[in-house]
Design a protein around this ligand. Sequence first.
Ligand code: HEM
Length: 323
Amino acid sequence: MATLEQKPRSCVIIALLLVMVSLSRAVLDAHYYDQTCPQAEEIILQAVQNATRHDPKVPARLLRMFFHDCFIRGCDASLLLDSTPGNQAEKNGPPNISVRAFYVIDDAKAKLEMACPHEVSCADVIAIAARDVVAMAGGPYWNVLKGRKDGRVSNASETINLPAPTFNVTQLLQSFAKRGLGLKDVVALSGGHTLGFSHCSSFEARLRNFSSTHDVDPTFNHAFAQQLKTECSKPNRDRNAGQFLDATSSTFDNDYYRRLVAGEGVFGSDQALYSDYRTRWMVNLLAQDQSLFFSEFAASMVRLGNVGVREVGEVRIKCRAVN
Ligand code: HEM
């Protein structure tokens, strides 16, 4: 009797496994819009270029937007949904308050809706825009796989699952592993910090009363820590004060890794990549070889773009609201 019972049960398990495998393997396609909206990528690029001409902060913001979207509920544009009277959306969660430039996606999407209505998902717009800003800033270019559908759920409370700038390598790895990403991805994608800026609040815990034995995080280069202390004076009256994440913050290059080698990583989570033996060797390699960084970053961005992708669902008409 036990085997008779087991047989149907094992059939069910195999069937379930097959369903799970087919659900977890994203079948995205570089040519997804070739027939339905061949001009999609050109329209998005123009919107991104236009916005960047007016505001040089746009590239960093769009790159970070892609990461934050993919890490919560997968790359489904849940980050773009506005809060409603009954629901606080992801974009209002604490780590996303400083994610801006949503208007660039709105602009691209409005033009897409005119050119090819209801075809191009908001999730794909973010993925393409993130690739474009990297290439525009001098970084690598890669073919973006497309065909993501847009989610209908967005909760501010879930943003607690984004990695924190205080994380060590074990915590970073755990966070990335939950999304099917590995240590190589942690190191390569952290290189996204070659662009952009951080407010003092994201790193000032490293500057004063750091631990019972050290006032300042000992992994900091001393002179750099002093510079940051001046920038982030206490009491900090300037809410906009902060620090660029590497010395060439609008150029996509490998200076970020050279900063880590010099003890000038801005976040604890950045500098940890150099302190931990599991990742230090990768940081050293990427600091020496920019083309290696470019190829690793591009490959990891493609993997990031596969996280939690949904292939059934809706293409939002406006990225800020479900249809
Ligand atoms: C590994 C874990 C990561 C942590 C803990 C982290 C944390 C942070 C924090 C705290 C900020 C500053 C926010 C502020 O104060 O305004 C920031 C900025 C930024 N992050 Fe990350 N990040 C991580 C990974 C990534 C990844 C994977 C990317 C993209 C591939 C990325 C791209 C950026 C960019 C471009 C900025 C600058 C944004 C701007 O200038 O507006 N980060 N990150």
